[in-house]
Design a protein around this ligand. Structure first.
Ligand code: SF4
Length: 366
């Protein structure tokens, strides 16, 4: 009951704040479900400012369901290059093909149909249905979890099943409350022209991104501060309670730049592995079995050409890159490509960085 009262209090405040403070983002200028879907998938694990140029390039190259469904695999991987988590882009193409076959190329507008598409979970289906169709479908992402646990003073770990269910229920109550404002059943602040379900969900995400941030939280600028349990109880930075952080693991790899007559040796990652279909330079994780795998290569340079460090999920990866030759051409499957051809392929970020070091190598070998 108390939570009910809180929802009625904060919903109009969130809507008003969002209307005045929402960032101008290119995908906010449209209600096209396809465009919103693309933005939502890109925004998973990636910051807004990084996504903007990717989204714009994607929408100009693949502006609709049909163009995505029929695009060559190389093209979608290349357009996604740098965003990582490439299963997302393959699932998007599968979903576009399903929409073409089952829905005549029109993005479905029923929550269950959207949810049944490959790569679309409860969050994304909720985002598409609320933002594109203004339906009262809830969503819950990291930003929304942070806002809700703080406002409602929820100390339990949001990953716990019951707590997670409670957060979904709260998100649903809020967006339903917003839908009632839009329908005029509640008298407060009715501005029927605004899509209130869309704005409510986006306001929670926006508040989490701009004000209710993990650190340096700007409670003084928060539109719902007077209703916030964590603020009142001075527990802002204790919430959300995400439990122990997963320990990071160090992993070391070596990669080889092999060049012959102006062509470079690269391999395409097979189906079913991380970064499937992407291209890379031959590389090996430094483990006990390294010596056997590396025996196909000879004349390995003493000094590395470069060292690349990056992180993926809980792994801190270092990649040392050497020049080498292939000793046993039969034993190593791969392709020889010119520098220009390499530019057209999609590489994981670490291997794309190796490309920058090819030109001096080629010059030295000439
Ligand atoms: S008052 Fe602070 S902690 Fe509470 S919702 Fe606003 S920004 Fe977040």
């Amino acid at each position: 009951m108390m939570e009910d009262r809180l929802q009625h209090s904060i919903t109009p405040l969130l809507l008003r704040w969002f209307r005045a403070n929402a960032r101008e983002l290119p995908w906010r200028k449209t209600r096209d479900p396809y465009a919103i879907w693309v933005s939502e998938i890109m925004l998973q694990q990636t910051q807004v400012k990084t996504v903007i140029p990717f989204w714009e390039r994607w929408m100009s190259e693949l502006p609709d369901i049909t163009s995505l469904a029929q695009a060559p695999s190389e093209k979608i991987h290349k357009l996604w290059e740098g965003l990582g988590y490439y299963t997302r882009v393959r699932n998007m193409q599968k979903a576009a093909q399903v929409i073409l076959e089952k829905h005549g190329g029109i993005f479905p507008n029923e929550f269950e149909s959207v949810l049944s598409l490959p790569g679309i979970g409860r969050y994304t289906a909720g985002a598409i249905c609320s933002i594109a169709y203004n339906q009262p479908t809830p969503l819950l992402d990291g930003n929304v979890i942070r806002v809700l646990t703080r406002v409602y003073g929820i100390s339990e770990n949001p990953r716990d099943k019951n707590t997670n269910a409670r957060l979904w229920a709260l998100a649903e109550e809020l967006v339903k409350d917003a839908s009632q404002i839009e329908c005029g059943r509640r008298p407060a602040n009715r501005r029927e022209t605004f899509p209130h379900c869309s704005y409510l969900n986006q306001s929670l995400m926006e508040l989490g991104a701009l004000i209710c941030t993990p650190r340096q939280t700007k409670c003084d600028e928060c539109p719902i501060q007077q209703h916030c349990s964590a603020f009142r109880e001075n527990r802002v930075h204790a919430l959300p309670n995400l439990g122990e952080r997963v320990a990071t693991t160090d992993r070391r790899f070596v990669a080889f730049i092999v060049e012959q007559k102006g062509k470079f040796f690269v391999q395409q990652r097979p189906e079913g592995v991380v970064n499937a279909h992407l291209w890379e330079f031959p590389n090996f994780e430094i483990t006990g079995k390294l010596a056997g795998a590396v025996s196909h290569f000879s004349k390995i340079s003493k000094k590395p050409v470069c060292r690349i460090k990056h992180s993926i999920t809980r792994y801190r990866i270092s990649l040392e890159v050497f020049r080498a030759e292939i000793a046993d051409k039969e034993g190593v499957p791969g392709h020889w490509m010119t520098r220009v051809e390499l530019e057209k392929l999609a590489f994981p970020s670490a291997h794309r960085k190796i490309l920058r070091h090819l030109d001096p190598v080629a010059a030295m070998l000439d």
